[in-house]
Design a protein around this ligand. Structure first.
Ligand code: PHE
Length: 354
């Protein structure tokens, strides 16, 4: 047996991958015997090299090939052994993948953004911890004004220098922030959380409102009425939504109107549409000239309307929940029942004017 044959038979006998690696180092490593053999070429005479060179190279190639082939064979055997013992039981039930859902409040906010986007409104935001001026003062609600008592305010510590801050009692401060920041004409809605110290089946200390604000030239009450009508018809996805505007009072609008929608009874439930009875859904009015002036705009040049609407209440009316508190209990059964699937497109069957 030649040396090469001996090496090849040792490779063929290797029991596992570790043994093959050890042999590779032994023969082909830096100090390996085949590698050393190659180095002897340098010391040979040209004639010797001519006869010995090809033999040594061929031997090295044979060893390299044998090691690669043995490695492949052992790996293949290993895989086959694994496949023979491992079994896929296709009859096993799959693990349930927990799936979240979109909260009705988020769903309704998306629907509102979509409806008002069709009407050219952008979405604006403001902080939930507000200063007194944005929440009250600029909105023409001076200190000691009875309207402050109307909204049971949560106060929080200020920055240590000035007056205490409040948890905003409505989204109306976003009107102020928008008029101060952007140049009219303006068309925005501002959905978000608001806070009042109040709790029963229809009141929670935190709830959601959407504010609407339009500032432009020659805006009048007709624009407000058309906008609200278009919005509520699109939101409730019914053409028979009837609105009733009742004169009311807000310090930041003049004139002011509360808006009711007509309902009718279907299978013992009150649903929006028709006019068997009325329920209040929002407050609105023409932006008070003092509010416009407080934001640095000339009320003789710019007019507008504003409205504020409870989002949770809209959700309850559209999707039929009857206890507001359940919105914020985090009960999974409630969320599974009333939640929306994440990948569904918004449920609105038709856009504005469709
Ligand atoms: N901010 C009022 C409220 O919370 C609603 C409102 C907004 C009324 C805008 C008129 C104009 O009750």
């Amino acid at each position: 047996m030649t040396d090469t044959d001996q090496i090849l038979s040792r490779i063929a006998d290797a029991a596992d991958l570790d043994a093959v690696e050890a042999l590779r180092v032994e023969f082909l490593g830096k100090q390996g015997s085949v590698t050393q053999l190659l180095k002897t070429l340098g010391k040979m005479t040209p004639d010797e090299r001519k006869t010995e060179g090809p033999k040594i190279h061929a031997a090295r190639q044979a060893v390299q090939d044998a090691i690669a082939a043995k490695k492949d064979a052992l790996e293949q055997a290993q895989l086959e052994a694994r496949l023979a013992t491992e079994k896929q039981d296709l009859s096993l039930p799959i693990d349930e993948i927990p799936q979240g859902s979109i909260h009705p409040v988020s769903q309704v906010m998306d629907e509102l953004a979509e409806i008002f986007a069709d009407l050219g409104f952008a979405v604006a935001e403001g902080p939930e911890i507000e200063d007194d001026w944005h929440n009250f003062g600029a909105l023409n609600i001076p200190e000691a004004h009875p309207a402050r008592a109307m909204q049971d305010t949560f106060y929080v510590d200020g920055d240590g220098e000035g007056a205490p801050m409040v948890l905003r009692t409505h989204t109306s401060p976003v009107q102020i922030r928008t008029m101060m920041k952007d140049k009219p004409p303006l068309r925005i809605i501002a959905p978000g959380r608001v806070y009042r110290s109040d709790s029963d089946a229809t009141h929670t200390p935190m709830f959601h409102q959407v504010e609407g604000l339009v500032i432009d030239k020659n805006i009048h009450l007709g624009h407000l009425k058309w906008t609200l009508e278009t919005f509520l018809k699109a939101f409730f996805e019914r053409d028979d939504v009837v609105l009733r505007m009742r004169p009311s009072y807000f310090p930041f609008t003049e004139p002011s109107a509360e808006v009711d929608v007509g309902w009718s009874e279907v299978k013992g439930r009150r649903v929006v549409g028709g006019q068997e009875g009325w329920m209040e859904v929002l407050g609105s009015g023409m932006v008070h000239p003092k509010v416009i002036a407080n934001c640095g705009l000339d009320p003789d040049e710019w007019q507008g309307f504003a409205f504020g609407c409870g989002i949770d209440r809209l959700a309850m009316l559209k999707y039929g929940m009857d206890d507001l508190r359940a919105f914020f209990d985090g009960d999974l059964r409630w969320l599974r029942h009333y939640g929306f699937r994440a990948l569904d497109v918004p449920t609105l069957s038709a856009g504005v004017g469709a």
